[in-house]
Design a protein around this ligand. Sequence first.
Ligand SMILES: NC(=O)c1ccc[n+]([C@@H]2O[C@H](COP(=O)([O-])OP(=O)(O)OC[C@H]3O[C@@H](n4cnc5c(N)ncnc54)[C@H](OP(=O)(O)O)[C@@H]3O)[C@@H](O)[C@H]2O)c1
Length: 268
Amino acid sequence: MNLKGKRVLITGGSSGIGLALARALAGEGARLVITGRRVDVVQKAVADLSAGGAFVRGVAADVAEEAGRAKTLAEAIAALGGLDVLVNNAGGVRAGRLEQTAEADILAMVQVDLLAPILLTRAALPALRASGEAMVVNVASGIALIGAPFYATYAAVKAGLARFGEALRRELKGEGIHVLTVYPGATDTPMMQSNRAGPELGFAREPAEAVAAAIVASMEAESFEVIRGGEARAKMIEMNRSDPAAVDARFLGLKPALEAAVKDHAAL
Ligand SMILES: NC(=O)c1ccc[n+]([C@@H]2O[C@H](COP(=O)([O-])OP(=O)(O)OC[C@H]3O[C@@H](n4cnc5c(N)ncnc54)[C@H](OP(=O)(O)O)[C@@H]3O)[C@@H](O)[C@H]2O)c1
């Protein structure tokens, strides 16, 4: 896909990976709408991105709510005059043991990480079809490929999002809408501020700009997926298929330290 002039909606484009992606896409000549719930954060991001000369508009709305999704899509299509790319990036996490996780936090993860992308994509499909050359980009997580202890619900919803994208890609094949799935590893964003796990626990963080650059390259190449985390991560994904007990054993050794480091990880 040639990104120049493409009309792109990025949910959660006011911060972290979404903001870095917005900056990278603006550099490629795309026209953008970015979203988030906090109006001041959205406005600041729009001002920063626009200062570089890009066409960027903002929408403050909650994609976990029906009215917020309707507002997001209607304002984005009005501002851009249509839609070529939907990036389902807004997301949230609450780590910790399942039995210590509040039901409200479990429901919130299902809403924002899984239901919102499915329903927003469904609502956006008429506009994407009208584009003629369209794409849906779903930002899942490396945890969708290797279930990590203390992230059971997050793993479930991100794996659900990834398989949703795969099925939809095949459903839409030959109809002018491609689907790309992104599996970031630990990335240095505000979402990770309450996570104290470091490289020794498998949480070596990379900058959001590196993830964004990889997404842009995959959008241009129309590849199926972006998997971050390098060679070590790729080997572990392979091991998780061929010898899952070995991955269990590795996590068993890390469990006490990992639980202590992630038990307060919350960004919902
Ligand atoms: N950082 C990582 O290590 C990592 C790793 C794997 C996957 N991911 C995924 O990457 C995506 C981006 O995460 P990030 O690390 O860039 O996080 P971030 O810096 O916290 O940004 C999250 C963005 O989503 C918005 N958002 C959250 N809930 C929303 C809602 N209900 N409605 C509308 N906007 C909402 C936030 O704005 P408001 O708070 O103002 O709403 C913000 O713009 C998420 O899907 C996350 O699960 C992140």
